[in-house]
Design a protein around this ligand. Structure first.
Ligand SMILES: Cc1ncc(COP(=O)(O)O)c(C=O)c1O
Length: 313
């Protein structure tokens, strides 16, 4: 491994304003120190809930419709009735942003659980009072060191599994599968984990989707065993629209180690370069394809924000 520069894909620049943010908790906006839910909540007790991470640009939540599609699909799959429309959700986000004086460079973790239970046991029917809705919104600028140095990944034994165990597409409150992977990577001296699929093909990291670039082509996993990342899909769409060859396919560590570039995608950091995998440097450190995709992604966010502004009721 190269010199110690330990960090994670969600490192943000320090911002003292985050000590005094207001958090949405079931209809109330309360100071961070006072924001509380019951110890009987299904999210706390069982990890029984779903969440979305979104970024605020110029007053709009980038790719809001896509995030809502995924969230409502996930909630339906686990029979959590939010009792709200996407417009109601936007209203919660708008009120929380206004209470915190945020218009740009903010990130929200919107969390919905099955709600408070009458007894400390697993049965979903024990959640009798409807869902718990929490929105934690922080001032957020990804740390600049992420772009300069890149992330060091280690391949780990923990896999993201078959859809009939816990589908990797659930953005569930329980991230234990990913947390175990991240611990294994840290114990191997890396920043984050590169997770394989059940067949041994390169799949995803514990918190982001994963891409390699080989001879000008962008490769990512089939998508069968990883999060259906909004950013992942945007990267694929941008490549297709801009003449960059892109493939969703099986490939192994052999091709990953020998890649010219590797990068992660996710709402928080957009595209984040990978410096090393298992102690092996990736490429020369020049990242022309990722840089081009980053520039295209920035333009796409701006276009989406402009479109949302134009269609606000
Ligand atoms: C495991 C995992 N992969 C990938 C992503 C990135 O998804 P998105 O691009 O929608 O932020 C996330 C974010 O929630 C995630 O938890």
């Amino acid at each position: 491994m190269s010199e110690n520069h330990s960090h994670s894909t969600h490192d943000a620049q320090a911002d003292a304003r985050n000590d005094n943010i207001k958090i949405w908790v079931n209809g109330d906006l309360v100071h961070k120190d006072e924001a509380k839910i019951s110890v009987y909540d299904s999210g706390f007790m069982l990890g029984d809930g779903m969440w979305e991470g979104m970024r605020l640009y110029d007053g709009e939540w980038a790719f809001f419709d896509e995030h809502m599609d995924r969230m409502f699909n996930s909630l339906k799959t686990v029979s959590i009735d939010l009792g709200m429309t996407p417009a109601d959700v936007r209203d919660i986000l708008d009120k929380t942003a206004a209470a915190n004086g945020m218009t740009s460079d903010a990130h929200v973790r919107l969390m919905i659980t099955r709600g408070k239970k009458s007894k400390p046991f697993q049965h979903p029917g024990l959640s009798k009072w409807g869902p718990t809705v929490v929105a934690i919104m922080e001032h957020s600028k990804p740390a600049e060191s992420l772009q300069g140095q890149g992330i060091r990944l280690a391949t780990v034994p923990q896999v993201r599994g078959l859809p009939m165990s816990q589908d990797a597409k659930y953005n569930s409150h329980s991230k234990l599968n990913c947390v175990i992977a991240c611990l294994q990577a840290e114990q191997a001296g890396a920043d984050e984990a590169l997770m394989l699929d059940p067949h041994g093909f390169v799949n995803t990291t514990n918190a982001c989707n994963f891409f390699i670039v080989r001879r000008g082509e962008v490769w990512t996993s089939t998508g069968d065993y990883c999060m259906n990342g909004v950013t992942r899909q945007k990267v694929i769409d941008l490549c297709r629209a801009n003449g960059i060859p892109v493939h969703e396919k099986n490939y192994s560590l052999y091709e990953a180690y020998g890649a010219d570039e590797a990068f992660l995608s996710g709402t928080f950091g957009a595209q984040t370069p990978v410096a090393e995998i298992d102690g092996k440097s990736i490429g020369t450190g020049d990242r022309p394809v990722m840089m081009r995709i980053r520039a295209l992604y920035k333009e796409l966010v701006a276009a989406d924000v402009a479109k949302q502004k134009a269609t606000r009721p």
